[in-house]
Design a binder for this molecule. Sequence first.
Ligand code: MCN
Length: 766
Amino acid sequence: MQFGHKGRLEDGRMLTGRGRYVSDWQLPGQAFGSFVRSDRAHAEILSIDSSAALAMPGVVAVITGEDVREAGLKPMPAAAPMKGIGGAEQRPTPRPALAQGRVRYVGEPVALVVAESQVAAQDAAEALAIDYRELPAVVDARAALAPGAPQLHADIPGNLVLDFAGGNEAATEAAFARAARVVRLEAYHTRVVGNPMEPRAGVGAYDAATETYQLYACTQGATGMRGQMATVLGVPAEKIRVIAEEVGGGFGVRFNIYPEYCALLLAAKKLGRPVKWVGTRSEMFLADEQARDIFHRGELAVDGSGRILGMRFDFTCNLGAYLAFTGAFVNTVNLVNVASGVYDVQAVHVKAKLAVTNTVPAAAYRGAGRPVSSYAIERLIDQAAHELGIDAADFRRRNLVPKSKFPYKIATGFEYDCGDFEGVLDKALAAADWKGFPGRKNDSKRRGFLRGRGISTYIESSGAGGFAPYDQVSIAWDEDARITLRATSHSHGQGHETTYAQIVAGVLGVPMEGIRLRTADPDMNMVGNPTGGSRSLLGVGSVLLMASQEVVKQGLALAAEALEAAAADIEFKDGKYRIKGTDRAVAITELAKKHRGRLDIDMKERKVGATYPNGCHVAEVEIEPQTGTTEIVRYTACDDAGTIVNHQIVEGQMQGGITQGAGHIFGEQAVYDAGSGQLLNGSFMDYPMPRAVLVNNLKVTDYPVPTKTNPLGAKGVGEAGVTGSMPCLMNAVMDALRQAGVEHFDMPASPLRVWQALQAVQRGHP
Ligand code: MCN
């Protein structure tokens, strides 16, 4: 099948301001909400006095944790509980929609003030008097697990939610026992704030006649949120509609429900009118899920010839004050599903301790665990190459899973479907002019710069889609033979409208401009996975492909009737059914117009399996020693995303992912004060988002190895850029710093930290 289209169908609408975001929705009779948030990291709530707020003009209601309790709302759910070592259960961290009795992080919603206008609600929120008794707080996962740490939840002794392990411990011990050398690396994967472009907002409404809730929300997929919300509200998911059109970015932090959404629905039902809330940017620093915040220790066992014998990793993960729906999943399954990276090694053991702390709950963020695993593996591999004195690319090549070994089962039980890791490596090295580096390094040196080169050969898992039993899609024709596609994965920047239309148009031979996509309509009641795990194309896209092929089959009988010929004598091509060898034909669009509904289809498909995108990234950076400023001077990405439907979109996804990884490596970090538990950099004044100039030398190329696990042959691409770029860039920074004598360095490679590391060397502290 040929795919080809320039530009994206959604671009015109978005670029001309015709996109409808959540704050654009206005419902008749709506009131406005403002949340009062805890300004303490850990405290008991002694009393809440709403009287002054309620007396203010335009104030309709003040809703607190007591109202939530009275209404019988359940705590927000955590995804399928993971099992710990020896089958131990994950400990629950009951999280009410509004705090009840205790607050556990700065920013936790305590009350919702509802008023006739946004301004009145905000003013009244400031008049709420809350009396707290402060408790000691802990913001670091290792400190939280230490004896004597402040305890967050009565039922979680030692703040340990889950002690998880995967892989083969005995085989790994044996491998380390016979190793010629053991290489070690410890690193901290800093905490980040998701910061999608659109600050989160919501409108809650309730229809008493049908007992149905409506939530207009920023969502990556209505289905997942409906399921989670059903648990909280104690009603079937069919009684909840999640509605969205444009969603201005998600990066994983628009996957789950939030306390604010639960409170808005409760308020709407209680007050008998819709309630709208639009979060501010600084509110998002405390209200949106955050991510990463993982300390790890890695060890690599190597034999005398530079072959890897075994790997082990020990992760300590900061989950924040409550377990977010995706919190445990990303720090367990997604740390072990690519546990040995692209390397042919069976002795692998991974441990992860999941701790609660007095910080904003942490959840999925682009890559959701895989960048953490990739960072741990690829930095360790680089450290080993350095210590062994082997070229970093050669060391990798010696240890790659060979093409002949696919499908390749890794020690943690997951199976890589296909790949050609060496082919990817070769193409990347050639495109990056790996061999020409020494000359460029000398040139930089002459100019007074430290030039470092980094490489990563990453792999990640995409496609399992375990959040729904199947992916449901529908194709419906209207009277003008235009098509409406319905699916459950919501596009929030990925261009699904274009790529799904390409697939369907490619099969049906109709213009893709006549195809529209709906994913979160008020009347939509479908089952399927939200957008996440870089699986929308291979999961939902594959079902759309199958559904389109089914439509063609459905049309055959109608064509046979129209052409007065036997179905066996008819072929379908370029949108027309034709009697073979003749020019007698009928267009599928004609049949769709004539037989309304007969070419519509609703398909549920559960056969699409996981697949493993992978790639090799090579970066060169230049550090200016006087200022610590680092510039990415060359960046080459070569990725295996299987069959590519839209090259322009895939390139954009890679650029976005690489930029996000670069932002994390070079500056982004949520910094909490250890004593007070306050987030110290909760605004764009202090929290450095990546700018275009950071990544202006990107070269993106591909090396497709189509998979057989889905009919498109596609692998995911949405997160690959992050997973590949983080270790690659840090390895490049490290390579440059080593030249000055720095032996260990952790992200973020901000100018100050790089400069301090260089200064420390000069003072004799490498
Ligand atoms: N695609 C393709 N060929 C392939 C693979 C993908 O043409 N072989 C296209 C797809 O059709 C789709 C896009 O590339 O238009 C991304 O597809 P896919 O890899 O299936 O990923 P998803 O659509 O499931 O997107 C999820 C992924 C995740 S998990 C995060 S987080 C993320 C991301 O995508 N957040 C994003 N990309 C983002 N991009 C933007 N602009 N904003 C976000 O919040």
